[in-house]
Design a protein around this ligand. Structure first.
Ligand code: MD6
Ligand code: FE
Length: 217
C-alpha cells in the first residue's frame, strides 16, 4: 500500500477562490536552500520594523531583494530601488527564489511570472499583519506568490471587499499561496503568530512574497 493513498488530491493544491491557490508543501524540498539564500540577503539588507503611514510600528520585520523593494514610512507605501537604511540597491534576487516563484505561479496557472520584488517578512510569536489588499503594484495582471517557512501561521484570505469575512488557512513550512486574476485584489492578512519552535527556524516564521511591480511590454 502506498503511504499517501489516504491523502486527498486536494491536500496538494487547494483552490481558495477563483484565481487563488494554496500549494501545500510546494517549497518543501528547497526550503533549506531558500533559508540559506534568505540569510545571505539579510546580511546585506537587515530586517527592520517599518512605520506605517498612520504612524504605527509594524510587528513584522521586513527586508527585500530584487530590482525593487517594498518600503513603508510616514510618506506611504511604495516600491523603491534602494534600501532606505543603507542607501544601496537591494540585494539581487537569488536564483533559487526566482525559480521557485516562477514554478509556483505556473502551477497555479500564471505562466511566465517575472517578479521584480521579493519582500521578506519575519514574524515572531505575537506578530501579525492586518487585513489589506496588495495594491502598491502598477501591474495587477501578475499574481502574488507567497512562500511560508518556519513556524505555522493562520493566513486570512477574504474577498475583494473588506466586508467579506475572510477564511482561515493554516500555512506550514514549505506551503505556497498564489493569488492573481479575479483574486488579485483579495483582502488578506496573518493572525498573531502562536508560540512555538520550528526545527530549522526556532521561534520564527519567514514569509517570502514575490511581486511584479511595473507593467511589461
Ligand atoms: C505575509 N505579507 O507576510 C504576507 N502585503 O505573510 C503581505 O501580505 C504583505 O507584508 C503587502 C505589503 C507587505 C506585506
Ligand atoms: Fe499583502
Amino acid at each position: 500500500m502506498d503511504l499517501f493513498d489516504d491523502l486527498p488530491v486536494e491536500a496538494a493544491a487547494q483552490v481558495l477562490a477563483p484565481g487563488a491557490m494554496l500549494l501545500r508543501a510546494f517549497a518543501w524540498n528547497e526550503a533549506a536552500q531558500l533559508l540559506q539564500a534568505t540569510e545571505a540577503v539579510l546580511a546585506q539588507a537587515p530586517l527592520r520594523h517599518m512605520q506605517t503611514p498612520g504612524g504605527y510600528t509594524m510587528s513584522v520585520s521586513t527586508s527585500s531583494c530584487g530590482a525593487l523593494g517594498w518600503v513603508s514610512d510616514a510618506r506611504g507605501y511604495r516600491y523603491a530601488a534602494c534600501d532606505p537604511v543603507s542607501g544601496q540597491t537591494w540585494p539581487a534576487m537569488p536564483e533559487c527564489f526566482l525559480a521557485l516563484a516562477r514554478r509556483a505561479a505556473a502551477q497555479a496557472g500564471y505562466a511566465d511570472f517575472r517578479p521584480e520584488a521579493c519582500l521578506i517578512n519575519q514574524y515572531v510569536p505575537g506578530a501579525k499583519l492586518s487585513l489589506h489588499q496588495d495594491r502598491d503594484e502598477r501591474d495587477l495582471d501578475a499574481p502574488i506568490v507567497s512562500v511560508s517557512l518556519g513556524l505555522p501561521a493562520i493566513f486570512l484570505f477574504g474577498g475583494t471587499e473588506r466586508s467579506q469575512r475572510p477564511q482561515r488557512y493554516r500555512l506550514a513550512h514549505g506551503d505556497v499561496v498564489v493569488w492573481g486574476g479575479p483574486a488579485r485584489l483579495a483582502f488578506h492578512g496573518v493572525a498573531p503568530l502562536e508560540e512555538g519552535a520550528h526545527a530549522l527556524l526556532g521561534r520564527r516564521r519567514i514569509n517570502l512574497t514575490f511581486r511584479r511591480v511595473r507593467r511589461e511590454g
